[in-house]
Ligand binder design. Structure first.
Ligand SMILES: Cc1ncc(COP(=O)(O)O)c(C=O)c1O
Length: 328
């Protein structure tokens, strides 16, 4: 059975997506201190606010009810990525990865969640300076954490459409960089899909290959082989994408990373999206063409169940993905 939903968390995530004020008791890391989330405020002259000059991560923490433990998922991998991406924006003297992981763990811990959570670390250009550039600007590191559930119904599968908005090319605004300003590209894609009655977008590269969804990587199954676009097809190099590859390896499912044509998806046996937000979401339809007969295919189902067991700390083979958040 495909089940991975909590009503409370879904309500929280709905509130978050409609701009509700953050709950007063949440704690954030801001300017080197842990403060009330509502007090973590920046000037309207902040460079990152004016020009999108920031890099961020989205991380999930999963609550295991039976164990009474909250697990942070792939914290080190996310902190390694944000540190590399901050360097892309010419931020220097960055804290080591271990220190960044410690700050994320401490931010989560101080919120005393007893349910799933979402964590948002960000390095941003904090200088109060008009003038678009990357050099000679100060930066800061922030982390906030909120209760969070699934924003896509993973039980049902998603219907997607090919976006008319292409993914920003690597030589224009690298998707690999998880750069805040770049997410306007993703916003065009997501909004176009939703306003047209779909759940998500299939986004193509400038040369017409399948890249990813608006904010998730993609896999298709053809003849028992799991295919995913390569890192040079303008994707974000997803942490979940790698995790799925590891899971597939465990089950002996062959994985190939190569460019995928749009029409290959029309004739594919199965498709799913993966990412911190969507987790692992089966795709049942692209451009009104059913995939896997409009149902959830066997390989997708197998990976889906294995993924949720792993992230919640219910599979001893994948405990290395998880960091236990201290309770006190
Ligand atoms: C554009 C984009 N692609 C893919 C992903 C998936 O990456 P990850 O698995 O690291 O969350 C994300 C973030 O969730 C994203 O924003």
């Amino acid at each position: 059975m495909l089940t991975e939903k909590t009503k409370d968390a879904a309500a929280h995530s709905a509130a978050a997506s409609h701009g509700a004020a953050p709950s007063a008791d949440l704690v954030a890391y801001f300017e080197g201190k842990y403060v009330a989330l509502g007090d973590a405020k920046v000037s309207i002259m902040t460079h990152a606010f004016m020009y999108g000059t920031a890099v961020f991560e989205g991380i999930r923490a999963y609550w295991n009810e039976d164990q009474g433990v909250l697990y942070g998922l792939k914290l080190r991998e996310h902190m390694e990525r944000i540190r590399r991406n901050a360097g892309m924006l010419l931020m220097t003297d960055l804290p080591p990865v271990d220190e960044l992981v410690r700050t994320v763990v401490e931010t989560i811990r101080r919120n005393h969640f007893r349910g799933d959570a979402y964590v948002r670390p960000c390095f941003y250009k904090s200088g109060l300076s008009v003038g678009v550039r990357l050099h000679n600007l100060a930066h800061e590191f922030v982390v906030f954490a909120i209760p969070f559930g699934n924003y896509i119904d993973v039980d049902k599968g998603v219907r997607i459409m090919t976006s008319t908005w292409r993914r920003n090319a690597d030589d224009a605004l690298p998707a690999r960089g998880k750069i805040v300003g770049g997410y306007v590209n993703m916003a065009f894609q997501k909004t176009e899909a939703e306003l047209n009655g779909f759940d998500e977008a299939l986004v193509l590269t400038p040369d017409g290959h399948a890249s990813e969804a608006s904010a998730a990587n993609m896999f298709v199954v053809r003849d028992g082989v799991l295919l995913t676009p390569p890192v040079n097809d303008d994707i974000l190099e997803g942490v979940t994408r790698r995790a799925i590859m590891e899971l597939a390896g465990t089950f002996g499912i062959p994985v190939e990373s190569r460019s995928i044509d749009r029409s290959e998806i029309y004739v594919a046996d199965e498709m799913f999206l993966c990412g911190t937000g969507v987790q692992l979401s089966p795709v049942t339809e692209l451009d009104h063409r059913p995939i896997a007969g409009g149902a959830i295919g066997p390989i997708t189902r197998q990976l889906h169940e294995a993924y949720f067991a792993a992230v919640r700390g219910n599979d001893p083979r994948f405990m290395h993905w998880l960091t236990e958040i201290p309770a006190r």
